[in-house]
Design a protein around this ligand. Sequence first.
Ligand SMILES: [Zn+2]
Length: 226
Amino acid sequence: MHRQTTRLLVAVAHGDDETLGAGGTLAMLADEGVVIKLAVLTSDDGSRCPTGVGVTDRTSSIEKAAKILGIEEVTVHNFGDNRLDTVPQLEINRVFEREVREFRPDMVFTTSMSDLNHDHQLVSRAARIASRPGRSSVREIRCFEVRSATDCGEASGLPSFRPNCWQPLAERHLEAKLEALRAYGSEVESWPNSRSERGVRALAEYRGSQVATEFAEAFELVRLVL
Ligand SMILES: [Zn+2]
């Protein structure tokens, strides 16, 4: 971990992206005293209910998961799930420019451009634009993998997720990730779905084994200013 990291902004499209992608690392960093803010662009699961009937507001699940992970601040914006492509990129950029200006993070985590989910790509682009050198205090940017979104991207011809940074995890931080995942209730699938608890644990073991450790989360390191 970069020794100067004290403030981390996590920029995502949907509540649960942060937990699936970096929940263990977030729990670990929070334990180390890093102040973490989570900014989520969408508050509902509207893409699952095209008619608008039965749409669930995820805000309370997001806040519950954040508490489990030790995230201090949460902002949930009210853009519609999977309808972000109807919003101009400039508007999304402005959301994260404001988040970066006000929170002043030295580190940013976001989703990968390899994800099939269009919202994930929009957020990833906006978070990088908001964190550009000379216009922000951000010294490090990492992209994480979100099971199913990242897997499907690779299977659909998008550039593969190519991790070059591994964060070993203690068992308790993996457990915190799984507990936070449970806060999302119906978003958690059953095995052998990759978004099941067993699927999440299996990925942590696989990423760990790549660097000869028990559990890990993997990232694409986009930028690191020493
Ligand atoms: Zn997502």
